[in-house]
Design a protein around this ligand. Sequence first.
Ligand code: ADP
Ligand code: MG
Length: 579
Amino acid sequence: MTRIVGIDLGTTNSLCAVFDAHQGPVLIPNAVGSVLTPSVVGLLDDGRILTGYPAREMSVTRPERTAARFKRFMGTDDHRPLGDQKFSAPELSSVILKTLVQDARAHLGYQVTDAVITVPAYFNDNQRNATKLAGELAGLKVRRIINEPTAAALTYGYHEKEADKKILVFDLGGGTFDVTLMEIFEGTLEIIATAGRSQLGGEDFTESLTRHVLTEAGMEPERVEELEPLRYTRLRKLCEQAKIQLSDEEEVKIALPDAEGKLAENGDDITITRAAFADLCAPLLDRLKQPIARTLRDGECTPNEVQDIILVGGATRMYLVHQFLADYFGKQPMCKHNPDEVVAMGAAVQAALMDDHEAVEEMVMTDVCPFTLGVEVSKRLGSSVRDGYYLPIIHRNTTVPVSKEEVVATLYDNQSQVMVKVYQGESRKTKENLMLGELEVNGIPPGPAGQPIYIRFTYDMNGILEVEAIVHDSGLKFQTVLTHHVKGLNEQEIQRAVDRMQEVKFYPRDELRHQHLLHYAEQVIGEVNPMERERLEEALDQFEQALFDTDRELFEHRRGLLLETLDNMGYAFDDPEDL
Ligand code: ADP
Ligand code: MG
């Protein structure tokens, strides 16, 4: 068994896997017995933190004390309020990572210290470094950050060592979309090209549906979201369920909650058919096309030449996505691997590769750099000099590790200094790209304009960029390594975040299932009729009281009663294992 775990830190759900010598990559169950841990953090009134399923239930009834979908602001300066506190995306993510590591420890029987963490291929350096920081805040040594589609490809490659094919990985998760073209040949996995959008996922389909239902009901979605958060979160949850139901059914009814987020017995509802949902989502499906087209173009491949399509991410279960892919590629996607699980499993295969595990010694994998990397230059256009132009040095989808050089030149006579500004992105103007850092070159010997300066970029498998500048005539050499650049955070602030996260108190792991049940029942209260409500509230009060009691027998009895009450109302409390 390798000691490095593989972690899929998702927008919606996170998973942890480990490589076992006999079984290969295996997923680790959490405290409530599921391999999926919702990426939701809740702050209880007593200051303790809840994560996963109980926090997800809590987010319906107490949105102001929960945070979800925070991966979407990874790499920005944003903070989310949680009760009277505020947390950054790396801080919230570190809480999820800590939960996964505690679960791994309970399952494996030893402390886990090292991890491979996956990120969407299209994450830029800020987002990658913020993810690395999240790992460090959780006390983990982050051995490598790998791309989610690359991880999915590793799972595929591990199980299909004999294949000889061109494969497309189509990853539509909760909040991000990635597409990757790869080739597998005699155990070698070669990533050819990748592209994606970091702001497109299953959540956008839920959001579209929620807005549509509100509009149909004669309300303004933005106002409801702002002024009636309980109505909004409840409806969003119902729309999420409806969206999932539409993966199997032709039409669904969505009930309209009141301003308090409750459902009246004979309240209004709105019917949505598959076709109407597809129409509603047409603009979202349209946004999937550009990254696919770009990947195929970069990889010099036609839709026909793609032999298998691997589905990754829960949102690929949507009927309309299957239909979209069948139309685009003229073939049905492959459903052999569980789309929720392939990424974490692949991260565990990567962990085995890093550990030189004998089960993977025949496997070789090459990856690409997902963005163009370059420097800012000025251009002489006629008699004027204009700055802010981008000179690419390493083009996107170049196989890594790679080292490339370009020449720039001094603009003026006797220019002694040049500031080399390093960017990532595809735009012709640097202001539309992401600045990664800079390197000051000085002491250039006096001379006429046009003296050459050689700039060399070296990019490795870990996404670390080394920049070198050599002033040709003098042989002067300047160098910098661009890594650990977390936007808006200096060393001191990072240390403060580390200290702060060490203070966080988690709800005891063995009792999480009870919190899960409690918050589940609490959110069902909003859905049942007044008579049932009274009975459920009674059973819930009794259960809550017993939670604080030391009498275990009484507790089990009341737990049984609450489960039965829920069951009788048609709200059986499913073990997440069966979900
Ligand atoms: P992430 O990797 O971003 O955490 P997941 O791969 O877990 O995301 O996918 C979560 C998304 O998949 C959510 O938007 C969820 O609503 C959606 N999803 C899950 N199951 C289904 C289903 N059966 N039908 C449609 N959408 C689904
Ligand atoms: Mg995912």
